[in-house]
Structure formats: structure tokens, C-alpha cells
Design a protein around this ligand. Sequence first.
Ligand SMILES: Cc1cc2nc3c(=O)[nH]c(=O)nc-3n(C[C@H](O)[C@H](O)[C@H](O)COP(=O)(O)O)c2cc1C
Length: 144
Amino acid sequence: MTIKQVSEKYSISPDTLRYYEKVGIIRPYSRNYYKCCDEAKAEQQNKELPELKNYLPNIDQYNKIILVYPCWWGTMPQAVFTFLNHYNFAGKEIMPICTHEGSGMGRSERDIALTCPTAKVLKGLAIWGLSANNCDAELENVLL
Ligand SMILES: Cc1cc2nc3c(=O)[nH]c(=O)nc-3n(C[C@H](O)[C@H](O)[C@H](O)COP(=O)(O)O)c2cc1C
């Protein structure tokens, strides 16, 4: 199950959860997994903040942001840093949900807290990508 499927299945906050759909990344990554990994690593090392195609008009109406992302090189993809840098999360809660292949949340919760110092970052949920199809109970536990 991908981020998109998790988002669609639970329809918690489509504007937020489906950021890949609504906040597409302008620069496409290689469709080759290994090349994509290299590109993402370089992007992280260079602390690049790739421009996003669209931004939500505002997030004022949301008190709790469910932030779903894959673990890339131990933390969030740089595009998620772009997303987080764009808004003022003062007084809001951020619930991180991270799909991964072994790193769990990595250092992403700490990175979210550093990027959004005025937000309250809740304890995240790590979902093993390969077993994401069977994560209903875990998701319901934190989302419902
Ligand atoms: C560029 C890149 C870097 C990755 N880095 C990590 C990592 O550091 N640790 C980890 O556990 N998984 C890593 N992965 C695996 C993904 O986190 C995992 O496959 C995730 O479930 C993908 O979710 P998605 O299908 O929604 O994109 C990486 C994948 C990619 C493409």
C-alpha cells in the first residue's frame, strides 16, 4: 500500500494526507529505484528544498495535521521539508506517519520538531512498507 492508498482509504484529511497528489513535486525523480535513491541522497546532502507545484491556500482550519511520508535516507523527503517550511504550525498538532523498510521513523520526528518549533509533534507511527496492506489496526489506533 502506498501513501496515496493509505490516504484514500482513511480519507482523514485529504488536503493534508494526499500531499503527493495535491502538492506534487516539480522536479521528477528517476523512475529507476537506485537512481532515485542517489538523487534523493544528493538533494538531502545539499539541503535542497524542491519547489512544490501547489500549496494549500491555508491550513488555518486544521488543528491536527496528519503528515504521511516515506522514510528517505533516515528522514523525510526534502519535498516534505519544503511543505513544512511553507506554513505556520503554531498551536497545531502534527501526527507523523512514516512508511519505511527498516529505519522506522528514523530521525524524522526530531526533524519535524526542528522545522516546526511552534507545533506539538505527536509520537509518530512507523509502518513497514511491505506490510502496509495490513496496517489497518495500527492506523485506526492512532487516527480514530
Ligand atoms: C530515495 C529513497 C530513500 C529511502 N531511504 C530509506 C531509509 O533510509 N530507510 C528505510 O527504511 N527505507 C528507505 N526507503 C524505502 C521507503 O521508505 C519505503 O519503500 C516506503 O515504504 C516507500 O513508501 P511509498 O511507496 O509510499 O513511496 C527509501 C526509498 C527511497 C525511494
